[in-house]
Design a protein around this ligand. Structure first.
Ligand code: A3P
Length: 303
């Protein structure tokens, strides 16, 4: 596996392991060689791009809209972050994926990995990948707010988050990762969706995802899934809003609680307008245009 994504060493900080990015070379090797089943579903997204939203839709769809059952287990356990090392175990902890071997089907997994680092068998067409993407200006704003509210992130000034986002190492850069997934949009086992389109037509996307996953849901079930995946529903649900989950609140989101920032935060298209200065916007747009030259992928950036 290409381990260049491992850019920092985990360290112990204020009683917790600080893992950023939370992957290990060993974990990546286990991802690469993971034995994929035909009915495995990978929910993949760049961070802060609608991952949790997509996890919840996929989870409800595959359960046949069994909201009561699905709500018993928080989304981060139902659709676990496969390449992440188990947070409780320190730097030698096994990656979550090693715990999934014996899970009954259908196994649902979340990943933030670039396409080329997905399990080899998934890249060869086995299992299904639902990829969710979002306009990068709202992504960086969401990343920034996450850094302000998550106890394991270093809160940094907006200017710094923005600079870091633009100058990420190539293997982590939005402008490398997203075009690579985009180039696979016509693969039979990959569904490419955009956050902004989901905002416009949530029900339509529930239908699309159900069809892609080969699930026959009645119109009523589709309505139910849609109702349980709106922004308000997910913000109020402690199984999807990690900062309202009592355990996670204690473990990871104390700072967010103090600051009044929640994990399911604002859910808007165009919140970037509240953050970018005209100069920052000009610089960002120029960079984006240069990087996306010749790539036929555009994003709406207002509602
Ligand atoms: P904001 O910070 O802009 O509000 P991820 O799950 O990849 O970390 O993405 C988090 C972003 O998705 C946050 O964006 C969060 O509010 C938003 N989000 C979560 N659930 C949503 C929903 N049901 N509808 C719209 N946005 C949602």
């Amino acid at each position: 596996a290409d381990t260049s994504i491992v850019t920092s060493t985990p360290f112990y900080f204020q009683g917790a392991w600080f893992l950023c990015p939370p992957v290990s070379p060993r974990g990546l090797e286990q991802v690469e060689s993971f034995e994929v089943r035909d009915d495995d579903v990978f929910v993949s997204a760049f961070k802060k791009s609608g991952t949790t939203w997509t996890q919840q839709i996929v989870s409800l769809v595959t359960s046949g809209s069994n909201f009561n059952e699905v709500s018993k287990i928080p989304v981060y356990k139902r659709v676990p972050y496969m390449e992440r090392m188990d947070l409780s175990g320190g730097p030698d902890a096994p990656p979550i994926i090693s715990l999934l071997k014996d899970r009954p089907s259908p196994r649902l997994m979340k990943t933030h990995l670039p396409y080329k680092m997905l399990p080899r068998q998934a890249r060869e067409g086995k299992g299904k990948i639902v990829y969710c993407t979002r306009n990068p200006k709202d992504v960086v704003v969401s990343v920034h707010n996450m850094s302000l509210m998550h106890d394991l992130h270093h809160p940094s000034p907006w200017e710094e988050t923005l600079d870091n986002f633009i100058s990420q190492p190539p293997q982590n850069s939005w402008w490398n990762v997203i075009p690579e997934y985009w180039s696979h949009r016509d693969d039979g086992n990959l569904l490419f969706i955009k956050y902004e389109d989901m905002k416009k037509d949530l029900r339509g996307h529930v239908v699309k995802i159900a069809e892609f996953l080969g699930r026959n849901l009645t119109a009523e079930q589709i309505d139910e899934v849609t109702a349980n995946c709106t922004f308000t529903a997910m913000k109020e649900n402690p199984a999807t809003n990690m900062s309202r989950d009592p355990l996670m609140q204690e473990k990871l989101f104390k700072r967010g609680k103090e600051k009044g920032i929640e994990f399911v935060r604002k859910g808007k298209v165009g919140d970037w307008r509240n953050w970018f200065s005209p100069q920052q916007l000009e610089k960002f747009e120029a960079f984006h245009k240069e990087k996306m030259a010749g790539i036929d992928l555009t994003f709406e950036d207002e509602e």
